[in-house]
Design a protein around this ligand. Sequence first.
Ligand SMILES: [Zn+2]
Length: 400
Amino acid sequence: MLLTADRVIPGPAGAPPIEGGAVLVEAGRIVRVGRLADFDGDGSDRIDLSGHTLMPGLIDAHVHLALPGDGTPFTAYALDQPAGVHMAVAVKNAATALRAGITTLKDCGGPGTLTFELRRAGELGHAQVPRLHLCGRPLTIRGGHCWYFGGECGGRDGVAEMVREVSKQGADYIKAMGSGGGTPHTMSWLPAFTPAELARMADEAHRLGRRLAVHCLCGAATMQALAAGVDVIEHCGFITGPDTPQRFDPAVAEAVARAGVPVCPTLSVGDTVLPHLEGRDRARWERMFAENIEQTSQLRAAGVRLIAGTDAGWRFTPFDWVAREMAILQECGLTAAEALASGTSAAADALGIARETGSLAAGLAADVIAVPGDPLQDLAALRRPAFVMRAGEVIVQHGS
Ligand SMILES: [Zn+2]
């Protein structure tokens, strides 16, 4: 199948767009990318996307498939609703993302083995799901952030055992809650695991060929994760106490930049929660969102690699939102090309899946979208894909 469009953006920041470009797809993989004029005209099976730009399918590098994203208090939702409800929600969320051109999701934690089961259902053809990069349950201390997903563990042997357990179940990478978070009675301003526990977790993950992503809402948690050998920092917050403003720490930003560890700042949470709040709650989130934008801008200025992830499912964050996250990252100082890469090639690099997806190049999976006009002129075009292909299968064509 030959896809043709006004231009092709191969993906990596710096790789120039190909005007009058084409992408040849066979058996689910990309065979060739180039100028249409250079292709031999067999043309038997051609999709003409004139007026559009072909580019890699989007990657949302931080979602929670099992959560509803409708503001339901999540602890009660996770504990009170049965597994079947969680699965139905996950199936719906996966389909929403895929139809929005998000061909890869990194799930950052769900209950038990649910996300592995969703992936299996997709492989068997019972559900239309994006490519899923999964951790299963997030590792957390007893009573820690998201403890209700079933990943409580402690002690050096205990955390190593949990790394082996989720790996056995199908984890592509290991996720740990390095500080408290939105779960009641957890402390987002303090590291959760001990340095020795986190170091053992990273060693065991790496020994089993998996990367370690750590949720860090305070600077101390980020420093501890860096010392342990973390591969991705989620959020990278600078919370200082239960009700005090965040305080950006340039020494932490420099350390993250020096280590070359990518950060997924999940700015969409604040962006999407604000319309639903009023009074004191709204004032608190307005302050936090402004702080997060400012801190992300400073991380960027310090040279930290940023990737796009929305935290979809959490609070009010929807599953078709990563294009908006990329636009917010542009507001934080990324160029248009870098913002585009933050939700495609740079995200694939950070996840360790760049040899499979995230760019348009011969040999990679045919995860391809077409958006109207030129997204490098206006990233809002990413929110209106006219064509979505996942591993060679056409999911959306001209809005059908
Ligand atoms: Zn999250």
